[in-house]
Design a protein around this ligand. Structure first.
Ligand code: B16
Ligand code: MG
Length: 213
């Protein structure tokens, strides 16, 4: 008996991945670290510090240096965020969200991003959600189930009553670990472990999801 839909942000509601990419690329260039779009793919849904660790690829640095680097990357990223507006909502996601609400479902955002509230504010859809969880909400980032479990608790529903929409492998893993229904958005080699997969956001069909699960 599904009562709530929990949405990932980057890759499901909007596409900030390109801005993350450009910001990491700038930092990597400044630091002489090897980085490209292929490595960037591995950063989908991964927290800021975990992303840096992937880029460092085993290279060990002092904590304060790593903190400075992630802060610098975030400053670049936040510059891009200033440009985000309602037009950056993917496809017809806003009308789909409104429809789910009208049907009586609870809807929430559960994003790894510490900038999630800022992004939602600029997209002008913050008020639609019953609750918003972000990279500050729990200690253990995706693929740990914590962020999704925390979100269900705030919604007042059981994990089994939630459907999670995710574009990242780490996010699908987190949803499955939380005992929720996982709907993947993207190629099978990325989100194929989900209960149901759509290749892109425009194809997500909520009636079909409710029928099939
Ligand atoms: P921040 P999501 C994730 O958002 C992004 O996919 C990932 O690339 C990024 O590193 C992470 O947020 C942390 O973002 O640096 O803003 O805290 O897909 O979980 O909505
Ligand atoms: Mg995502």
């Amino acid at each position: 008996n599904i009562k709530a839909f929990i949405f990932d942000l980057d890759g499901v509601i909007t596409d900030t991945a390109e801005y993350h990419y450009k910001s990491w690329q700038k930092l990597a260039d400044e630091e002489g670290l090897f980085f490209n779009r292929e490595i960037n793919e591995q950063l989908r849904g991964v927290s800021r510090m975990d992303s840096l660790e992937i880029i460092l690829d085993g290279k060990e640095l002092a904590e304060d240096l790593k903190k400075e680097m992630t802060d610098r990357k975030n400053a670049y990223y936040q510059k891009y965020l200033e440009k985000i507006s309602k037009e950056d909502i993917l496809d017809d996601m806003e009308s789909k969200l409104i429809e789910l609400k009208e049907q009586g479902f609870k809807i929430a955002v559960a994003s790894s991003s510490r900038n999630a509230r800022k992004v939602l504010k600029n997209l002008k859809i913050s008020d639609l959600f019953d609750t918003i969880s972000d990279g500050n909400s729990v200690e253990n980032a995706k693929p740990a189930p914590d962020l999704f479990l925390h979100t269900a608790e705030k919604l007042g529903v059981e994990a089994e009553e939630c459907v999670v929409l995710e574009d990242a492998e780490s996010g699908v893993d987190a949803a499955l670990a939380a005992n929720m229904i996982a709907v993947g958005v993207g190629p099978d080699d990325r989100v194929g472990k989900a209960h149901l997969v759509y290749s892109k956001v425009a194809e997500i069909d909520f009636e079909e999801i409710l029928e099939k699960i």
